[in-house]
Write a protein that binds this ligand. Structure first.
Ligand SMILES: [Zn+2]
Length: 218
């Protein structure tokens, strides 16, 4: 059987199983969605958002890109963010990175790793800056894997800070005291999530103007 045929067959089995456990679920979901969180995760096939959190359909609004990046110039992530905040009014945004991230490793390893992947190189460009800023502390690591995992943590923190500076988030904080921003890291080896950083509307005034959020709002 082809892989894709198996997926279609498994879908029927999945739908039947879900319906058996909760006969009204699909008619309820058909009415609309009210997810509790926007999830910004990596594309990596080993980090399936709903499965690792035991979340049901309708609970997570999901955007995934290589290395879970937030970039103001990326219409994809920004449109998802706009919809999540203005239409769905999510209470939480979770940026979820994962140890052993190939996107992070490529950004650390330099030009050669990305020579044949110009679009990926362009996408992970902001990670090069992150690595450069933290060069001294990263030099302490002798193993590439340890360095990658440290940058994974630095990256989710950086993405949460980026979100905290966006006018979309600032306006939502002012209007309805939400969302709370969370940076999590998933460990491929254990299947467990770690909570790395969080920011909420109470932190809004603590972030210096020099960080640029006022510029972003104008
Ligand atoms: Zn990844």
């Amino acid at each position: 059987m082809q892989f894709t045929d198996r997926l279609l067959l498994e879908n029927r089995a999945w739908a039947a199983g879900i319906r058996a456990a909760d006969p009204e679920i699909f008619s309820r979901l058909h009415q609309g969605q009210a997810p509790g969180a926007l999830w910004i995760g990596c594309c990596d096939s080993r980090v399936p958002a709903e499965q690792i959190c035991n979340a049901s359909p309708g609970e997570l609004f999901i955007h995934r890109n290589i290395a879970n990046l937030v970039d103001e110039n990326d219409a994809n992530v920004m449109s998802v963010l706009e919809y999540a905040l203005k239409a769905l009014e999510v209470e939480h945004i979770i940026v979820c990175g994962h140890r052993g991230c190939g996107g992070i490793q490529a950004a650390i390893s330099g030009d050669e790793a990305l020579a044949a992947l110009p679009r990926v190189e362009s996408h992970v460009g902001q990670l090069r800056q992150l690595v450069a800023v933290h060069a001294d502390e990263l030099n302490r690591f002798t193993q590439l894997g340890d360095k990658v995992d440290h940058v994974v943590e630095l990256n989710v923190t950086a993405q949460v800070e980026r979100l905290a500076e966006l006018s979309l988030v600032r306006e939502s904080w002012a209007a309805r005291r939400a969302p709370t921003l969370h940076g999590w890291v998933y460990d491929l080896a254990s299947g467990q999530l770690d909570d790395v950083v969080s920011r909420g509307p109470a932190d809004a005034d603590a972030i210096p103007e020099a960080n640029g959020w006022r510029r972003a709002a104008s």
